[in-house]
Design a protein around this ligand. Sequence first.
Ligand code: SAM
Length: 215
Amino acid sequence: MLYPPGVYRAEGDTELLADVMRKGDFARDRDVLDVGTGGGALAIAAAHAGARSVTAVDLSLRSATTAWVNSRFAGARVRVRRGDLFTPVTGRRFGLVVSNPPYVPAASTELPRYRKARCWDAGPDGRALLDRICAGVADVLTADGTVLLVHSAVCDTECTLEALRRAGLAARELARITVPFGPVMHSRATMLESRGFVARGQRSEELVVVEGRRE
Ligand SMILES: C[S@@+](CC[C@H](N)C(=O)[O-])C[C@H]1O[C@@H](n2cnc3c(N)ncnc32)[C@H](O)[C@@H]1O
């Protein structure tokens, strides 16, 4: 896989979501949407896991281009669109939506548009993108569709479950692992401690995969 500067390199969160998708056979014979595709790792994993079709969206032109190139190298049929969350797929429905969105609490409410921090900054509580995805995803799911989201427990798993339920989906946690802080969380450890997101001295976080399902 190619990861030019500015494109998110697949990490433990990517791998955890890909694992859950593969083990649960979520993608098979489904039209899959990967929201915030970065270099395309989840889109490619979905294609290789038997998806009927895969569409990948990213706000960043460089990420969208990279996802296109990586999917071609991987022999995966992925349709790539540039744009904001669900806007490029308005009017379409998917049997599976996957997303590893930006979820790291930031000092500012501003969401960076062009800097690499676009990949992780998600407003003061880390939920700027998660809340929008939870509120909008039901509109792009088929009648038996499923959404799988991965994020840090730091930005409140219960909040994600509640937001999906408010959108009319049955929601539950599917997986949880503990990982050491990566460079971004390390650089924000003092801010995260002072705002009560992590305990003093804590330098690991839990990653969770949450499922929302139409019933
Ligand atoms: C944490 S990275 C995940 C990349 C990839 N899915 C993975 O797991 O390796 C989040 C991605 O979301 C993209 N993104 C941020 N805001 C977005 C938005 N409003 N609409 C679409 N994509 C967005 C970023 O450009 C970045 O590529």
